[in-house]
Design a protein around this ligand. Structure first.
Ligand SMILES: C[S@@+](CC[C@H](N)C(=O)[O-])C[C@H]1O[C@@H](n2cnc3c(N)ncnc32)[C@H](O)[C@@H]1O
Length: 229
């Protein structure tokens, strides 16, 4: 397992020219009842994984037990990136506890350290709310996926109506408290509108508590002839 480190600062906004380091958020994230809240959706992301799989923004490794349980074959080759050293340290422990072999790297979704067409599946759980440049991150996902490869995601997105207005108001405070997470991103439009992807399914979930709601999960597939890259 590879887990290089880089220098870190204390909690801040995580702008693209800063290191990403949120020690308090990493501690808080450990305390969330992950399995209870997100279990079925993590199972969706992990279901039947096989071949070369990349998880972006792996956080504290909360997906790893589900991946170990859900893998379809023993040919799974699991890779993950996570830029925050406080999260990455926890992910190393989570991989060991789950007995999952993970090639874990210090990298950002906007600049993935892998060649073109190198993965069968990319998964993302609540990462596009936090990445500094969602368009660049999605472009990297399309680049590293092979033609016909799957992008599976679970994300919370901007709500409609008064909830959306409330999210706009709360967003600056939330972002500081939640490791750079943003409440009001229109991630589904970004995903579904990308010309390199065909939509297999997108499902709006009756789950989540204001202000981090609604959640959406789904699967996109890179077109055989990749365009827009
Ligand atoms: C809400 S956590 C989700 C963690 C994990 N994916 C999960 O399912 O629990 C968001 C994660 O995205 C990471 N992150 C922040 N900026 C990132 C970037 N530019 N590229 C990749 N990951 C990033 C954060 O460090 C954090 O671990």
């Amino acid at each position: 397992m590879t887990a290089p480190t880089r220098s870190s600062r204390s909690d801040h906004d995580g702008d693209s020219d800063h290191d990403i380091a949120h020690p308090r958020f990493a501690t808080l994230y450990d305390w969330l009842p992950q399995r209870l809240l997100l279990g079925p959706h993590r199972e969706y992301l992990a279901n039947g994984l096989a071949g070369r799989v990349l998880e972006i923004g792996a956080g504290n490794g909360a997906m790893f037990p589900f991946v170990a349980e859900g893998a379809a074959t023993d040919t799974l080759e699991y890779h993950a990136i996570e830029p925050d050293p406080h999260m990455r340290k926890r992910a190393v422990t989570a991989a060991r506890d789950a007995e999952l072999a993970v090639d874990l790297r210090d990298a950002r979704a906007e600049s993935l350290p892998y060649p073109d067409d190198s993965f069968d599946v990319v998964i993302s759980g609540m990462v596009f709310c936090t990445v500094q440049d969602p368009e660049a991150a999605l472009s990297e996902v399309t680049r590293v996926l092979r033609p016909g490869g799957e992008f599976r995601f679970l994300e919370h997105v901007r709500a409609d109506g008064w909830r959306g207005t409330g999210q706009n108001v709360l967003n600056p405070v939330w972002k500081r408290a939640a490791g750079g997470c943003q409440l009001n991103r229109d991630t589904v439009s970004l995903f579904a509108g990308h010309e390199a992807f065909a939509v297999d399914e997108i499902e709006r979930l009756a789950f989540g508590v204001f202000p981090a709601t609604p959640f959406v999960r789904g699967t996109l597939r890179t077109k055989r002839e990749k365009v827009g890259i």
